[in-house]
Design a protein around this ligand. Structure first.
Ligand code: G3P
Length: 218
C-alpha cells in the first residue's frame, strides 16, 4: 500500500520522506492557501523532494480551462498528477488528459458511481473523501469498500488506483488498507500517530532503565 502526504508544507514533506514511508504528495487549494507563495514554485520544490506522484489541483470550472491549467502543471515536472474535480467538465478534462498522456487524480468523490465514472474517463487516481462523509454522519469507508470490490471484477479499471483521502485518524488508514485501497493520503500528524503505542513508549523506558541498572552493576 502506498502512503501520500496530504500537505503543501515543505518542512512536513521533508520530515515524512526522511521516515522512508512517503510515496507521493497530494495538494489542494486549501492546503496551498496555508503556505502561500507561488503554487508553481511550490510544486516544483515538492516534485524535487519525491519521485512519486505530486497532485496539483485545477481551479477552472470548464474543461478547456482545466486542460490549460493541467498542461501548465504537467510542464513543471514529470511526476505531476493533475487533480480534477468530479464534474462532467472534469470527466471531459480527464479524458483529454488521458489522450495526451497526462496523469490525473479525480477529487471530491463521495459515491462509488462517481469513482467509477472517473475511472472510466481515464483517471489514474480516484479520491473518495472518507472523513468528510463521516463528518455528515455517513460511513466514508463504504465508498472505499464498494470501489475496491468493483475494481476486483473488471480488468479495464486496472489503469486506476483508489486513493483514500480526507483521512482523519490512523484507524481510517487501517480500514482503507483492509478494504484494498491502493493509496491513502494523510496529514503528517496521522502518519506520526500511526507509529504510536503507549506500550512501545513503556517498553523503551523499561529497556533503558534495565540497561542502566546492568551497567551500574546492580
Ligand atoms: O486532499 C484532499 C483531502 O484529503 C482533503 O481532506 O481533511 O480537508 O477533508 P480534508
Amino acid at each position: 500500500m502506498k502512503f501520500f502526504l496530504d500537505t503543501a508544507d515543505i518542512a512536513e514533506i521533508k520530515t515524512g520522506i526522511a521516515w522512508g514511508v512517503v510515496d507521493g504528495v497530494t495538494t489542494n487549494p486549501s492546503l496551498y492557501a496555508k503556505v502561500g507563495g507561488s503554487y508553481e514554485e511550490l510544486l516544483k520544490e515538492i516534485c524535487g523532494l519525491t519521485k512519486g506522484p505530486v497532485s496539483a489541483e485545477v481551479i477552472a470550472d470548464d474543461a478547456d480551462g482545466m486542460v490549460a491549467e493541467g498542461r501548465a502543471f504537467a510542464k513543471i515536472a514529470s511526476n505531476i498528477v493533475v487533480k480534477v474535480p468530479m464534474t462532467t467538465a472534469g470527466l471531459e478534462a480527464i479524458s483529454r488528459f488521458k489522450a495526451e498522456g497526462i496523469k490525473t487524480n479525480c477529487t471530491l468523490i463521495f459515491t462509488a458511481n462517481q469513482g467509477l465514472m472517473a475511472a472510466k474517463a481515464g483517471a489514474s487516481l480516484i479520491s473518495p473523501f472518507v472523513g468528510r462523509l463521516d463528518d455528515i454522519s455517513e460511513d466514508g469507508m463504504t465508498v472505499i469498500r464498494e470501489l475496491a470490490e468493483i475494481f476486483q471484477h473488471y480488468d479495464d479499471l486496472d489503469h486506476c488506483e483508489i486513493l483514500a483521502a480526507s483521512i482523519r485518524h490512523p484507524r481510517h488508514v487501517t480500514e482503507s488498507a483492509l478494504c484494498g485501497a491502493h493509496v491513502a493520503t494523510m496529514p503528517l500528524k496521522v502518519l506520526e500517530q500511526m507509529t504510536k503505542h503507549p506500550l512501545t513508549d513503556k517498553g523503551i523506558a523499561q529497556f533503558k532503565a534495565d540497561w542502566s541498572k546492568a551497567k551500574g552493576g546492580k
